[in-house]
Design a protein around this ligand. Sequence first.
Ligand SMILES: [Zn+2]
Length: 407
Amino acid sequence: MGLDTPDMKELLEPSPPIRYGDRTGANYVGGPRHLSAVLPALSACLGAPVATDVHPSAKALQEALGLPDARSVVVVLVDGLGFWNLVSRQGHVPYLRSLLSEPINQRPLYTSLPSTTVAAMGVFGTGTSPGLTGMTGYTQLNPDTGQLGQMIQFRGAQDPERLQRRPTVFETLQAQGVRVTSSGLPRFRNSALTRAALRGGDYLAHNHSRQRLLAACQAARQSGLTYLYIRDVDKVGHHSGWEGEEWVAALEATDAQLAELHRRLPAGTLTVIVADHGMVEADPDQRIDIAQDPELSQDVRLVGGEPRAVMLYLDQGADPQVVSARWHDRLGERAWVLTRDQAIQQGIFGPVDPRIRPMIGDLLILAGDRVTLVNSAGQTDAATRLPGVHGSWTRLETQIPCLIDLV
Ligand SMILES: [Zn+2]
């Protein structure tokens, strides 16, 4: 049974409400079928269930996701590989296509909102929500400085350990005596993002992707959890868009790597392939520059977030309701405008720690269609014209694969 790609119009519609927790519901998606559930569920597969503030029952997650018990688990995160990005190019990727032919792999999971690496990695690594990790977007307010911090490198941000205080699943597993091994680039070993979201366990550092893969295979011979991160699909997607030949080539290379992983892993290893978010191709004609638009800039002190999920921090005394109404009138159906209170009430950030609350923008703007909302006053010209973008709540951006392979 194959999977057909819905038409693009449908994929650019918003997802149903995405919720955090162990339970499924009729009026929402997510729950166990969420990126935050993956590591806790795998901890249960290993017989060392980890409970988090969002997911109290790792065993329930394992069952909901249909994951078998295993003594060795490899989890691969392919940056930027949205479920529908993958499905619509599955003709190019024999190994991933073979996984997609299994009914269990035909239902996507959901990622965090904003659907972006910083927020998603925090959610993945801790099994919680952006409202608890404090990792809420590409840039966000640093309350210590009153200015924006960039959260990939934590430039101008609080120290990773000071901001992100939840234990990671890696740390908890390690404390329970389970082997945890990350295989990655040397420069990510002690990177801010690793320290915030994926600290704990051993880190095997190699410059070449094949060495990282072989190191992961070697580690997986012992019982425990092995983590491998693959980056090129996202990188190429941002620079060339995901609808062109370059992205297909990056996907093919990733497929070849994953197929080799499958061939080399010892029998009995459970492999799970996930992603942090999908991707939308930006339309240059739908690019809106906030800095060049007096109506949109009015009362706005800082433009945080990213082009598909903007967080506005307002001037002191400005009324979020008034600015929200102004943005709504100006943008119409091109974007969704939510005040911080509305966004939190809708559960967009999951449970929210009072310490984290002020770091979230007074307004959250989620872009529709192929719209980008940029700020030429605070971003480089190249950053305002990226062909591939993500962050909003469309199905293309929020639905991610969870491909299960028992070797
Ligand atoms: Zn990205």
